[in-house]
Design a protein around this ligand. Structure first.
Ligand code: SAM
Length: 284
């Protein structure tokens, strides 16, 4: 073993229902139109919106990608098990609702460490025996992969869909690739990873926008929220075959709104919408 263990990311400390500490889940849900936020969350939301009025498009782009990726995999893969890490507060359309529409027997495990998410999730899922909410630090892969609920309901010898959507940007430092490697190693061949991340497209105007939001998140009470480059994001998905992201783009990273959109765009993607990127990839 070499040296001291890495300093944990701020989002690894359980939030608690502490009205003096903002929550990633409540702020993100607030941008999606949810109502479960406190003044401390609204203060961060206001700061972000004042700096970047279109910031809401990052949350919407991310959630739209998650929904379309789930719909695609549920309809076109035969996979019946889903592990949704950092699932967030229940909102209009959640992973289990989308995938169980195609296959009512699909099993979904949601993981989060925010007590508001856990409470809402458990209440919503009470009557669905194929869906479970569990608590773990998603940046500590063994805690998720060995979790008793995961081991009871998911079969790691069969392909599954692993979702890490809008999560790793809340992980500070350069340990993201190692975290994802542990997850990917645990998956059976034929499994899929659905992944999205705050994106710095390295275009001056967009980098400036990304930095404005990053500064508020990293140097504010949240303590985490990194916009990473294409190379930094792709390094978190080693050894996977990336699914073609739309009809005209070769397999690679794309802005979430460009990942198999529901139809042709009638309005252009906003500047902020270019700062969240997504990937669906298969383990060979
Ligand atoms: N995946 C959902 C989506 O894309 O719509 C929600 C994304 S939300 C931006 C990030 C979620 O990750 C929040 O619900 C937050 O509580 C959770 N999260 C952040 N750090 C975590 C950690 N260390 N362990 C477990 N969950 C965490």
């Amino acid at each position: 073993m070499s040296g001291a263990p890495p300093t944990p990311s701020p989002s690894q400390a359980p939030v608690g229902v502490d009205p003096t500490r903002p929550s990633i889940a409540r702020i993100y849900d607030g941008f999606l139109g949810g109502k479960d936020h406190y003044e401390v969350d609204r203060a961060v939301m206001r700061k972000i919106s004042e700096a970047v009025p279109e910031a809401v498009d990052i949350a919407k782009g991310n959630r739209g990608f998650l929904n379309r990726a789930c719909r695609f995999l549920a309809a076109q893969s035969k996979i019946e098990q889903y592990l949704d890490c950092g699932s967030g507060l229940p909102t209009a359309e959640n992973t289990h609702q989308i995938v169980q529409r195609s296959n009512p027997d699909a099993r979904v495990i949601y993981m989060d460490n925010d007590p508001v998410v856990l409470a809402h999730g458990r209440a919503l899922l009470e009557e669905n025996e194929n869906v479970h909410m569990a608590e773990a630090d998603i940046f500590n892969p063994p805690a998720v992969l060995q979790h008793e609920i995961v081991r009871k309901h998911l079969d790691f010898t069969e392909p599954m869909v692993l979702l890490h959507v809008g999560t790793l940007h809340h992980f500070e430092g350069d340990g993201g690739p190692a975290v994802m490697q542990e997850y990917i190693d645990a998956l059976a061949p034929g499994s899929y990873v659905v992944f999205s991340h705050f994106y710095d497209p390295q275009v001056p105007e967009l980098t400036a926008l990304a930095k404005k939001i990053e500064n508020i998140l990293v140097h504010g009470p949240m303590g985490a929220g990194r916009f990473r480059t294409e190379d930094e994001i792709l390094a978190m998905l080693p050894g996977l075959d990336i699914v073609k992201p739309n009809a005209t783009t070769e397999p690679g990273l794309v802005v979430c709104d460009e990942w198999w959109p529901d139809g042709p765009r009638l309005t252009p993607i906003s500047t902020a919408g270019h700062c969240i990127a997504g990937i669906v990839a298969r383990k060979p």
